[in-house]
Design a protein around this ligand. Structure first.
Ligand code: AMP
Length: 146
């Protein structure tokens, strides 16, 4: 049987925890008391955003109901902004649970990707240009705040 490199306990030093602590930079799209949304640094399509709860959850199994609701409401805001900014209806909502599913960062997060299942780029492979990410974040942020 294949041995799984499964992480079940929350690591306070994971990269998204460090973002929430303000220890590493990111391109913010939206923030409220329970969630944070920011640009994925290795996007699978232009405008790929991640939404995370301000709760120490490894994956869906750990997510508390109030944070689950908050992540969903923030995801709706982000998706509406993506539709407006990219002038497209199609946005993929994706979320991976466990390394076997391909999860690489063990703080629960929802991917929102303006793409199609037929065109989706490879997962977490190619780093985007920092200034492009900053530009897109500003456009999405402006629409969400409007
Ligand atoms: P997953 O494999 O579902 O856990 O997704 C983790 C995502 O985090 C991938 O899409 C990565 O491109 C993204 N990612 C990793 N490090 C960073 C970072 N420093 N800033 C923004 N996104 C990141």
């Amino acid at each position: 049987m294949t041995e799984l490199n499964q992480q079940t306990t929350y690591d306070d030093n994971n990269i998204f925890a460090k973002m929430l602590d303000g220890d590493i930079p990111y391109h913010k799209v939206y923030e409220d008391d329970k969630t944070l949304a920011f640009m994925d640094i290795m996007p699978q399509a232009e405008g790929h955003v991640l939404v995370i709860p301000k709760q120490k959850a490894v994956d869906l199994a750990d997510l508390e109901p109030e944070y689950a609701a908050a992540v969903l409401m923030t995801s709706k805001k982000v998706m509406q902004a993506q539709r407006q900014v990219f002038e497209r209806e199609g946005v993929i909502q994706m979320q991976l649970n466990g390394s076997q599913a391909g999860q690489t960062v063990f703080h629960y997060h929802v991917h929102l990707i303006p793409s199609s299942i037929h065109e989706l780029g490879r997962h977490a492979v190619t780093q985007a240009d920092n200034s492009d990410l900053a530009d897109i974040a500003q456009k999405l942020l402006a629409v969400i705040d409007a």
